[in-house]
Write a protein that binds this ligand. Structure first.
Ligand code: NDP
Ligand SMILES: O=C1O[C@H](COP(=O)(O)O)[C@@H](O)[C@H](O)[C@H]1O
Length: 486
């Protein structure tokens, strides 16, 4: 028998993401037959009561995706169990070890990271960190390099690095993996993927939601640590890394860590020019009034809910190519995309204006709300005009996936891929210790520059794309952020 233990199995992440993901995997016949799933949290409830809660949440999610069937549920139900534990107490974990048995055991920590250190120590004492055990850690691991190392050292006392799976759920998104396929499954992009042809790269993660009642966590972290340190730097790494020799976890992660090491440090002198901090004030998002962050928080706060940064990668491939990143809450759209903006043609033969009516080629890798990769190219407008008229068209990869008019396949929850990989012990899409370390190092420099210079977040109205300074970050260099209508 193999076991998956969900510490925090009754919490928000487990109920909204992990258990529905496990249902979908089971529905598709992808879970090992002998896998047992054990929820472990503090609430003193029976296994039956827990399973009833799981049933409710999973059914609602599966029905919405037209993937509910009683046979799949019966299979999943037979796997489920629950035990009330204090995960920081080794005595309390002995019962869990007895339920999990001596087979392969994967433990997912869906609890506050402040407990990670004590939990892994207790796991070790209870026999849940043996050689055939794995541990999956949710972000954020730490709030800065120092706290990351403190937690990670405790993890390393109990587990070898090969047993540790640090999740970044962005790596489980389909389009992110498709980016790897696009870059390394084709020959045509590689010769263009450098500073000779690429003008700049943009990474946008826009969210319409506000912080709401998550402020006790968020106020301590802010957008820089909540989103940029992990998800956005991971996306940057996948765009910028050199081709790995294979898809072996270490080959890929070796390349990613080289990118992080090449990030130019942001000095206090540079910070004002290359970073923007913002915090939303009252406004309207998608036609609904939205409160200011400080009102949700109940008092003024210096935490940023928006960040924009220009990153420079000091290596041969990317010298001189800025990577612009922005993320924020209460922006006008839920939109996550990577834009590879190519350089203009050196000379236009089509007349009209400075470069004719030519738009520079642009590859847009869209993660949300839709999943697509599209390349904008110029072509001739049909017709007999005396002077050739050009128009941009978008060539979309989704044509190939679905057939131009076919319904797309069910969109998987990012955790499905990652849970499956963790159960198999494949760490390619997980973050290695040295990657997390380098990312914290770079982010700490930004945070230190902000606190050293006393940078307060600039106000932006809820429902706008952040403070004006974020537009200036690009316009100063003659560039602008991608918009949907281009
Ligand atoms: N929610 C989300 O969408 C996301 C969450 N995360 C991360 O996931 C983790 C969990 O977040 P979330 O689910 O929102 O948190 P919740 O507060 O909703 O759930 C926390 C869970 O931990 C359990 N718990 C707390 N202390 C102990 C303990 N000593 N022993 C055993 N169980 C304990 C709670 O049990 P009980 O309720 O029974 O007391 C509860 O089941 C955090 O690291 C968070 O940052 C990351 C990305 C997104
Ligand atoms: O990790 C986090 O991610 C979510 C955004 O995830 P997405 O998959 O919906 O883009 C973000 O809202 C949250 O603040 C952060 O902790």
């Amino acid at each position: 028998m193999a076991a998956l233990i969900l510490f925090g199995g009754g919490g928000d992440l487990a109920m909204r993401m992990l258990l529905p993901s496990l249902y979908f995997l089971d529905h598709d016949g992808l879970l090992p037959d002998d896998l047992k799933i054990i929820g472990a949290a503090r609430s003193a409830e029976s296994a039956e009561a827990y399973i009833a809660k799981v049933h409710e949440t999973v059914k609602a999610k599966a029905e919405a995706d037209e993937a509910w069937d009683e046979a799949s549920w019966a299979r999943m139900k037979a796997r489920l169990d629950y035990l009330a534990v204090d995960a920081t107490d080794p005595e309390s974990l002995k019962g869990l070890k007895a339920k999990a048995g001596d087979g392969e055991t994967t433990s997912f920590l869906a609890v506050s990271p402040s407990l990670y250190g004590r939990i892994v120590t207790a796991m070790k004492a209870a026999g849940l960190a043996e050689k055939n055990c794995r541990i999956v850690l949710e972000k954020p691991v730490g709030r800065d390099l120092e706290s990351f190392l403190e937690i990670d050292d405790a993890v390393a006392q109990a587990f070898d690095e090969r047993q540790v799976f640090r999740i970044d759920h962005y790596l489980g998104k389909e389009t992110v993996q498709n980016l790897i396929a696009l870059r390394f499954g084709n020959t045509i992009f590689e010769p263009l993927w450098n500073n000779l042809t690429v003008d700049h790269v943009q990474i946008t993660v826009g969210e319409t939601v506000g912080v709401g009642d998550r402020w006790p966590y968020y106020d301590e972290y802010g957008a820089l640590r909540d989103m940029l340190q992990n998800h956005m730097l991971q996306l940057l790494c996948l765009v910028a890394m050199e081709p790995p020799s294979d898809l072996d976890p270490d080959s890929v992660r070796n390349e990613k860590v080289k990118v992080l090491r090449s990030l130019r440090p942001i000095t206090p002198e540079e910070a004002e020019r290359v970073t923007v901090r913002g915090q939303y004030v009252a406004g309207a998002v998608e036609g609904q009034p939205a409160r200011a962050y400080r009102d949700e928080r109940g008092q003024p706060s210096d935490t940023e809910t928006f960040v924009a940064i220009r990153a420079d990668i000091d290596n041969w491939r990317w010298a001189g190519v800025p990577f612009f990143m922005r993320t924020g809450k209460r922006l006008p759209e839920k939109r996550t995309e990577i834009v590879i903006q190519f350089k203009p043609v050196p000379h236009s033969i089509f007349g009209h204006g400075e470069r004719g009516d030519i738009y520079d080629n642009r590859l847009v890798i869209e993660l949300q709300p839709d999943e697509d990769i599209s390349l904008s190219v110029m072509n001739k407008k049909p017709g007999l005009d005396q002077r050739m008229q050009l128009q941009p068209i978008k060539m979309s990869l989704s044509w190939g996936v679905n057939g131009k008019d076919a319904a797309p396949p069910r969109r998987r929850i990012a955790y499905e891929r990652l849970l499956l990989d963790a159960l198999k012990g494949d760490s390619t899409l997980f973050v290695r210790r040295d990657e997390a370390e380098q990312a914290w190092k770079w982010v700490d420099e930004v945070a230190d520059a902000w606190s050293g210079a006393g940078f307060k977040p600039l106000d932006y109205g809820a429902g706008t794309w952040g403070p004006e300074a974020a537009d200036l970050l690009l316009s100063r260099t003659g560039r602008k952020w991608n918009t949907r209508d281009e």
